[in-house]
Design a protein around this ligand. Structure first.
Ligand code: FAD
Length: 408
């Protein structure tokens, strides 16, 4: 996002300071991104930079020792990280979600006084760890329809004396091997009861817990540094305080605070902007090693204009959608959130595609970042629970059917 657009948002000095701090670290992220991508290795050095600058406690409330960054400000920060390194932003999002989803968002929900008190005590433990520099991951995908919000999670939590016994399998667990805790969504197993999404639990499992293992390899098309391998949970015991949300509250959050599911858009908006700015430099003959100007051709100018329109369109709806985020948004705001998610994820890939076509063959050499942006961009639309297809499905159905309406 251009500096003038940031100024127009009227951000306070604290938020501007966070954005400036990311831009200071960013060139280092961009430089290391080649290696993480080639090796499909986790960006540990970037996390060390983030830790040193206090960003691992970014969305921990101030009264718990964090920086107190709210949803909208986090999205702006994520966009800047994504601009410098998609992989770092993608994984950082998983870490941050563990604090963002458990702070104001939960406070706004209907909880009993006892649930509030318990949650306050438990989250103080998790926030304390984040403040001390612990990394949290957020594996909820299971290779079933659970992550799409259609069925209960197959991973289970069985009540024990003073805790729970977890069993299950999580695929695409970004930060596997790098996280200190895995924030896992699972279903509380109740004797003689059919598994229900209402019994979803959100629990943090320590990386060194007995029974937790990381299996399989990780050699994907893009976002290779996320190291999203498979987690197996075999009779993993966690104490009561491992809960990141009160029992059964996750579904209320998912239903009443839908913008919680669009936090990855910041990452992909950043990648989109990086691809656009690279294209400008390339065509102006400013990319090191390829100093030939190509900006004088009308076809290039038209392509750049198309990219700019896609970028600006995505930014506009995204800014509007992240400002809408709140408890119980209106139907129009819910629709806009899905439309924003779809637009950002699809435009990101489209802008990267246009960038390669426009810059030409040399631009897709692995010595340049563009082909990585392109590969990274392809994953955005696949992120559950709001994949591009699911967004379209909900938007189309919602537009044609009123609540409860059928064709019978
Ligand atoms: C780089 C990367 C990092 C990731 N990191 C994480 C992570 O940290 N944590 C995590 O939990 N997950 C993560 N994911 C996983 C991601 O959210 C998806 O779960 C994963 O891509 C699922 O793929 P799948 O083929 O099993 O999806 P499936 O569920 O098989 O879906 C395949 C496609 O079918 C469509 N579809 C599915 N359900 C419906 C429906 N009900 N209606 C209409 N269409 C539907 C969707 O478009 C979807 O793309 C990551 C993925 C990638 C690529």
């Amino acid at each position: 996002m251009g500096r003038s657009a940031v100024r127009a948002l009227g951000l306070d000095d604290e938020v501007l300071g966070w954005l400036a701090a990311i831009d200071e670290m960013g060139p280092g992220f961009a430089e290391r991104a080649f290696r993480y991508d080639a090796e499909a290795s986790f960006p540990f050095e970037n996390y060390e930079d983030l830790r040193q600058a206090g960003f691992l406690k970014l969305c921990v409330p101030k009264r718990h020792g964090g920086l107190g960054c709210n949803y909208r400000a986090y999205m702006l920060v994520a966009q800047r990280i994504g601009f410098w390194c998609g992989t770092t932003a993608n994984t950082f999002n998983m870490h941050v979600a563990n604090s963002l989803w458990t702070a104001d968002l939960v406070d706004a929900l209907d909880l009993t006084a006892q649930e509030r008190a318990e949650h306050e005590a438990r989250r103080a433990i998790h926030y304390g760890r984040m403040v001390a520099g612990a990394i949290y991951a957020q594996p909820f995908s299971e290779a079933s329809s659970a992550a799409a919000g259609v069925s209960p999670f197959g991973s289970t939590a069985q009540r024990q004396d003073r805790g729970y016994l977890l069993n299950g399998r999580k695929i695409f667990a970004s930060l596997s091997g790098a996280a200190d805790y895995y924030g896992i969504l699972c279903t509380e197993a109740k004797a003689d009861a059919v598994a229900s999404r209402r019994d979803t639990m959100f629990v943090a499992v320590p990386a060194n817990a007995q029974g937790l293992s990381i299996v399989g390899d990780w050699d994907p098309l893009g976002m290779r540094g996320t190291v999203s391998r498979t987690l197996l949970l075999k009779d993993v015991f966690v104490p009561e305080e491992a809960q990141l949300m009160p029992r059964g509250i996750y579904i209320q959050a998912a239903t009443r605070w839908p913008h919680m599911f669009m936090t990855l858009t910041g990452t992909y908006l950043g990648v989109m902007q990086a691809a656009y700015e690279f294209t400008l430099r390339y065509l102006r003959g400013e990319v090191s090693g390829i100093r030939v100007k190509r900006r004088m051709y009308p076809t290039k100018q038209i392509a750049v204009a198309e990219m700019l329109v896609k970028l600006e369109t995505a930014f506009a709806i995204w800014l509007r959608a992240i400002a809408d985020a709140k408890l119980d948004p209106s139907e129009e705001e819910r629709v806009r959130a899905l439309a924003a998610q779809y637009t950002v994820m699809e435009h990101c890939n489209e802008v990267c595609r246009l960038a390669i076509r426009t810059c030409g063959g040399q631009s897709m050499l692995r010595s340049l970042p563009l082909e990585r942006y392109y590969r990274d961009s392809r994953c955005g639309s696949l992120m559950l629970p709001w994949t591009a297809e699911i967004c379209l499905d909900r938007l189309g159905h919602g537009a044609l059917y009123r609540k409860g309406e059928t064709d019978d």
